[in-house]
Write a protein that binds this ligand. Structure first.
Ligand SMILES: CC(C)(COP(=O)(O)OP(=O)(O)OC[C@H]1O[C@@H](n2cnc3c(N)ncnc32)[C@H](O)[C@@H]1OP(=O)(O)O)[C@@H](O)C(=O)NCCC(=O)NCCS
Length: 142
């Protein structure tokens, strides 16, 4: 747990995603909707991902999809982010859903190109300043 709380994205990415400790606190407070997972490569902790499953949420973008994704600064660009996305999509499938959503902060250092490459497509909505995008499981570039 201490290692998870120490996991850091790059300094220029820190305004894009909450710290892992913050996300773990949210998961503790919202166990029915949060799906938090640490990403390991062997014994090494390389990332954190949290799905969100809240089928009755009045906002469609928050019903089934991604809540957080943090890959350690010095472990980015090695496929761990794609692996984490695949893990959440497997859980989406397990729950009988066929579509997942994500929101991201637009901007130069943001994850937009990552998500577009994996097959996410913007819906045209913006929520709290973040771009809303969706993916159908069959479109995932895994
Ligand atoms: C975005 C993030 C999760 C990507 O994780 P990663 O482990 O570096 O991504 P991967 O190595 O799995 O990359 C998958 C593909 O996306 C591409 N990609 C990743 N980041 C990219 C970027 N910023 N620009 C262009 N392409 C990118 C990779 O080149 C790779 O392409 P390939 O299939 O041709 O090899 C990671 O950079 C991160 O933690 N960012 C900070 C936090 C953040 O923005 N989280 C998302 C919150 S919504």
């Amino acid at each position: 747990m201490a290692a998870a709380c120490r996991l850091q994205v790059r300094p220029d990415q820190q305004d894009l995603v909450a710290p892992v400790a913050w996300s773990l606190a949210e998961a503790y407070a919202n166990p029915e909707m949060a799906w938090p997972r640490l990403v390991f490569d062997g014994d090494e902790l390389v990332g954190f991902v949290m799905g969100c499953f809240d089928p009755d949420n009045p906002i469609a973008a928050y019903r089934c999809g991604f809540w957080r994704l943090n890959i350690a600064a010095d472990r980015q660009g090695r496929g761990y982010g794609r692996f984490a996305v695949a893990a959440v999509l497997a859980e989406v499938r397990r729950r009988g859903e066929s579509r997942a959503t994500v929101t991201w902060v637009p901007g130069e250092h943001g994850p937009q190109e990552f998500y577009l490459k994996l097959g996410f497509r913007p819906t045209g909505e913006v929520l709290h300043g973040e771009i809303v995008a969706e993916i159908h499981l069959s479109e995932f570039q895994g």
